[in-house]
Each structure stands twice: as C-alpha cells, then as structure tokens.
Design a protein around this ligand. Structure first.
Ligand code: GLN
Length: 309
C-alpha cells in the first residue's frame, strides 16, 4: 500500500539505484538507472531530473528496486524495459528474441539503398526474431512487402506484435519454418533475401558478457563450430528463392567476409561486395543472383586470395 510516510523522492531513489548498479560494476550504471526509473514512472528518461523533491510512491520504489536487482544480475536493460529503438522504430522485445544491435541498422541501410529503384519489392527476412529488419525495411520502403521467417513461434509472436503496433502488418507477412523453407513453400521469387543469422562460433558464446551468454536466445546467436553453418545454408538455398537479378545481404561475424564471399562465388552469385560497420569491422556481405547456377567447373570453391572481399 502506498503511504505518504513510505514515499521517497524520485531523485533519492535514482541515486540509490545508480549506487547499487555501480557497486555491481556496471559501467552504464547512471543511464541504466535513469531508463529503469523513467520506465517505472512512465516518463521520458531525462524528466527523472525534473521537479526536485517530487515523491515516488512506495509501489514505484518497489518496482524500481526489483528491476535494479535484475540488472545487477546482468539481465539486459532492453528486456527489463521491454523495448529497443532500431532504425527510428520502437520495437517491443522479450527474452525470446535477440536485442537488435546498432550494426544491424547498417544492413537495413544497404537493403533500402538496393530496393530504392524498385516500386514493389518482395523481400524475405530469414531469422526475423523481433521483426527488426523486416519492420525497418517495410517502414523505409512504402512499396515493400517482407516475408518475415523464423523457426521460433515465440519470436514470430514478438515480430507480429511489432508489425501490428507499427501499422505494418499488411506488408510484413510472418512465416514459421527453418531457413528458407517457408519462402520456397510459398513458391515466390524474391527481390532481396536479407538475414542476420546466428553467426557466433559455439565455443565463444560462454565467454561473452553475461547479458548475452545468459539471457539472449542461443538459437539466435549460435552459428555452429565456425559460426557460419546457417549462413552457408542460406547461401546454398537462396538461388532457388531469388528472382534473376535479385540480391542477398547477410550480416556476418568477424573474419567471415572472405570465407562467405567464396561460398557465394561458388554458389553462382556475382557482384560480391563486403561492407564495414561503424566500428570498421567487415560486417555485411552482399551479392547478386543472375538466375542460373554456374557450370560445375566455374562453381569450384575459389582459392585463398582469389577475389573475396
Ligand atoms: N551481434 C551479436 C553479438 O555480437 C550476434 C548476433 C548474431 O549472431 N547474429 O552478440
């Protein structure tokens, strides 16, 4: 029950949260506490500093402290808040989906650049998770329709909520299944196949920050022994899903540009290009599908140093 005696000042509560998070060694203690308190109070982050002496109810204080406890245990801030901003869209999140990363915005930028000349592009987003890429492409190109695929029905529920909340449900079509299977089952030829597949080598996941290793869905992170298992499968299957002249765009892990460019070359893709993210890491690889697989001789894997990115 809220009683006047139990009320604390917002400012005091914030300070208490910052100190607890600092003691737990979190480098983002201040901004995390600001976000969590703003979430509890239902206000914008910076207004937690307005009106010094403003009271917070005991119920709000309890809710805030419970969230701080979860953050002390390294639960990602985005799961505690239930959202993340991506490409200017506010996306709902649950622990069933990966937290969208800023580097994935670079993949969306590249996709929109490629789709700009087309009036009604058909796009497939493989492993859509929260629907971040699918929604950002649909929001960024008013003529685009995106088939958003995921193997996880819980992830698709999050993607559906996002597409609905953003008014994109008519152009973000959800399909459950493994890899490109649902796209092929639809029997359509897409203009762009885009994916941020799980690309981390299985062996490194345990050594990642606890936020990632303990809380994010392993299905969205683990790319097998060398991290490229799903990327290779998507490349191998994509020719059958792309129209002639269609594009593939993948987000990739560190040191995967050359090997995956080779896989694309061997699969018959042309115009292979790699791009770097804002940190300067080769993070994306894209290519064009000309419509038919190369002859077996031409499709032989390229030698090291032979092209690539
Ligand atoms: N970018 C994520 C990370 O570094 C990995 C995402 C992925 O595997 N697609 O934690």
């Amino acid at each position: 029950m809220t009683t006047a005696a139990a009320d604390r000042e917002v400012r005091e509560l914030l300070q208490e949260g910052i100190e607890r998070l600092r003691e737990a060694g979190l480098p983002t203690a201040r901004s995390d506490a600001e976000w969590l308190l703003a979430g509890v109070l239902g206000v914008e982050r910076f207004t937690v500093y307005l009106g010094p002496g403003r009271p917070a109810s005991a119920a709000d204080a309890d809710r805030f402290r419970a969230l701080v406890d979860r953050r002390v245990a390294h639960e990602p801030l985005q799961y505690l808040l239930g959202f993340e901003d991506f490409c200017g869209l506010r996306l709902r999140l649950t622990p069933d989906v990966l937290v969208p990363r800023p580097e994935t915005e670079g993949l969306v930028d590249w996709a929109l650049e490629l789709m700009r000349p087309r009036t009604r592009p058909l796009v497939a987003d493989v492993g859509t998770g929260s629907g971040a890429i699918a929604c950002a492409v649909a929001a960024g190109h008013p003529g685009a329709t995106v088939i958003a695929v995921d193997i996880s029905s819980r992830a698709l529920a999050v993607a559906a909520a996002n597409a609905g909340a953003l008014g994109l449900a008519a152009r973000v079509r959800l399909a459950r299944g493994d890899g490109l299977d649902p796209v092929r089952a639809l029997g359509v030829a897409v203009d762009l196949l885009i994916a941020n597949p799980p690309y981390l080598p299985s062996g490194i996941i345990g050594s990642l920050p606890r936020e990632v290793s303990r809380y994010e869905p392993i299905l969205a992170l683990d790319g097998g022994t060398d991290g490229m298992a799903l990327s290779r499968r998507i490349i191998a299957d994509s020719g059958r899903a792309l129209r002639p002249g269609g594009r593939i765009l993948l987000e990739i892990g560190e040191d995967q540009a050359d090997p995956l460019a080779s896989v694309m070359g061997a699969a018959g893709f042309v115009g292979i290009e790699c791009r770097r993210d804002l940190r300067g890491v080769e993070r994306y690889v894209g290519a064009r599908w000309e419509g038919e697989a190369r002859s077996p001789a031409a499709a032989a894997p390229r030698r090291p140093g032979d092209g690539g990115c």
